[in-house]
Design a protein around this ligand. Sequence first.
Ligand SMILES: Nc1ncnc2c1ncn2[C@@H]1O[C@H](COP(=O)(O)OP(=O)(O)OP(=O)(O)O)[C@@H](O)[C@H]1O
Ligand SMILES: [Mg+2]
Length: 390
Amino acid sequence: MNVEKISNGDILIVDDTPTNLKLLTSILTANSYNIRPSSNGKLALRSIESKLPDLILLDIIMPDMNGFEVCKKLKENPRAKNIPIIFISALDDIKNKVKAFKVGGVDYITKPFEAEEVLARVQTHLKITFLQKNANKQNKLLKETLKRQRQQEKMLIEQSKTAAMGEMARAIAHQWRQPLNVLALYIQSIQENFEYGDLDKEFMDEAVENSMKQLNFMSETIDNFGDYFKPNDKKENFSLLKNIQKNVYLLVAEFKTHNIEIEVKGDDIITFGYPNTFRQVMLNLINNSKDAILSQQKENKELIGIISIELFNSESEYKVTISDNGGGINEAIIYKIFEPYFTTKFQNQGTGLGLYMVKEIIDRYYNGSIEASNGINGAIFTIKVTKIKN
Ligand SMILES: Nc1ncnc2c1ncn2[C@@H]1O[C@H](COP(=O)(O)OP(=O)(O)OP(=O)(O)O)[C@@H](O)[C@H]1O
Ligand SMILES: [Mg+2]
């Protein structure tokens, strides 16, 4: 749509004097405007019901309903309230002019008028309306784009949660292997002792007590796992140390099979946020460290992987660092690693969304920052969150 086209707009003229109506109509039609003449307020209001004009020229003194009343009615109508109204009147005093603007008019032309003046004012107001409509449209588009972006981000969080669920299920399988073996051994030995007549109270007590220990451990794992997938419905104060330990607790058994140790050090910190999102952050970072260590171990089979998580608390901010001995991040790509879909892992082994999500969560939910750097033996990720003063 261009301005020229709009300026040949649809104009409703409301005037009870036939000569005025005719004159205005001829001036405006000569300049390619489309004119809808109306001889009184009621007819004008009816006419806008079927189709809205782009602009209204409105006389003030008319029988039955004067121009001010017509204007008020138009401004009360949500569909018509944004149509620019130019008053045309022989009333030349300030009071009436002020009133015309007060009831919502955008301009005032005094009779007798010059054709050029009418044309200039009509053109100006049509242009303003066009620009405003355009700005509103852009604004709406922008809002829609933002909304879509938010939805996409939400979807990404969900996706990465599903991926994390798979990881967690694997971690649980590892954690259960050991206690399941112990339970199997006890069950077998109960049968054997029974067959040999050795099934005394002492043996039974020990078998029951130890079996219960294993079962409790297994059920704790499940509780922990359930926690992880609770919906993020409310922000709360929570302990970062406990939050991290819960993750580590679930991962430790599986990581041991890869010769990887995880250590957690430092002060406890109470923060305000969604505990699950923080667990997601830590899980992504820990898994990245694990991947880096695993690929180092391909060349150096003896390498014992170490992932070290440290918490630092100060009055104004807190810091969490995750460092590993996985060889570090290639300096040539380090500036790109937080971008969505950036990955150096082979097909299907990485989506490249992990660090993007981590950054989003830290930015959005914690108002903090995350940076990556290289230490002597591997990567260091540093999360910083400024404390909010009450
Ligand atoms: N601890 C680390 N050591 C070395 N490189 C790392 C480390 N963490 C991240 N990277 C690099 O950053 C890239 C992007 O990481 P990101 O977590 O976003 O995606 P990904 O791990 O490749 O895929 P996904 O997280 O979906 O499994 C990785 O492919 C890797 O090259
Ligand atoms: Mg990752």
